[in-house]
Design a protein around this ligand. Sequence first.
Ligand code: SF4
Length: 385
Amino acid sequence: MAIERVRETLRPQFVAFFEPLKAEGGMPPGWLLYDIETDQGVSLVFQGAHSTFTIELERSDPARACLARTEQFNVYYSVVDRLDAARRTYDVDERKLFETVVACVRAREGELVLTDAVDWSARVRVREVEVSRMLAPESPRVYYMNAYVGCMIGCPFCYASHRGDTSRWLEGLPKSRWGQWADVKINAAEVLRRECDALEPGIVRMSPIITDPYQPIERKYQITRQALEVFLEKGFSPAILTRGSLVARDIDLLARFPKAAVGFSVPTDDDRIRAAVEPGAESIEVRLDTLRQLRDAGISTYAMLQPMLPLDPDRYVELLAPLVHAIDIRPLCEVPRLSEILTQIGRPGPLEPGWEEATYATIRAAFEARGVLVNPPNEPWAYFR
Ligand code: SF4
């Protein structure tokens, strides 16, 4: 395994890149540039009078639909309206802000040093990265943290992999096979201690979006465990989501928090399907057993059913309902590779019209009848019993 030690460059580079937005008149009035994140491509989070507006840059790909395309990037947005939770599309003010950001990107993208190099060798690449920040603010008293960037569980359908590719491309690194590289935030505990002293205590979400907090290299580096030690000392509450039974190693620590929640991604009850779709991840049986250990230790437990793979709804609910207090069920998402895998193993059910809606309705009713919260609206707070 090739290991190198580097200092983080990407986030400082993009904080400088977007300086023009912070200048007088750089943005439409009424907006605050709240955060810039670079673990998964580039995300800018803006706070307005009644909404949080997020703009994301990914490497330009004409095959993927987006709201705007510059020479180098596809540009996306998402909106959370504090007064109208159902609203998903931008309003006039958000559109103006979006156009301002796109203009800034177009004006400056020529300065970026990018590469089209690829490295398909089997070499595993681990970088120990000295970072300058760990906690990304999400909303008042809710933070997000990635202990690593890149995931060696390497699910072939992973919908975050192209975002990881974008971050490496922006750093001028060759594109490597997903699952064969990871950046370890080597000084995480030191940075977190400083950040926790300066922030109001709250919930820290640690989820497998661009990395799994309990992927195999956590056994060696223990970045997630070190983070938990800091959170316990500073009065923050972890809300973890994982596919890794290594979380059982930390039950001693998790049980000492006044509030801690651990969720498992459980996309099916059928381990043959799990093995085809998530070959590098642990079996459904191991995940259920780990949930049992966590629940028995008094830790709040929940599950995530996303993507929903072919499953037996009655058996699924029977296995999980006794082990969790809440479950999130989300749609399939944009997972073209997943469709291909399911078709190859002769289980394309989820692709048929109506399958997902019908299965969702059945599962939802069955979980609710067993007293399990389904899609709690105030997550992550609802994950804590
Ligand atoms: S565990 Fe999650 S982050 Fe890791 S490869 Fe699988 S889907 Fe992607």
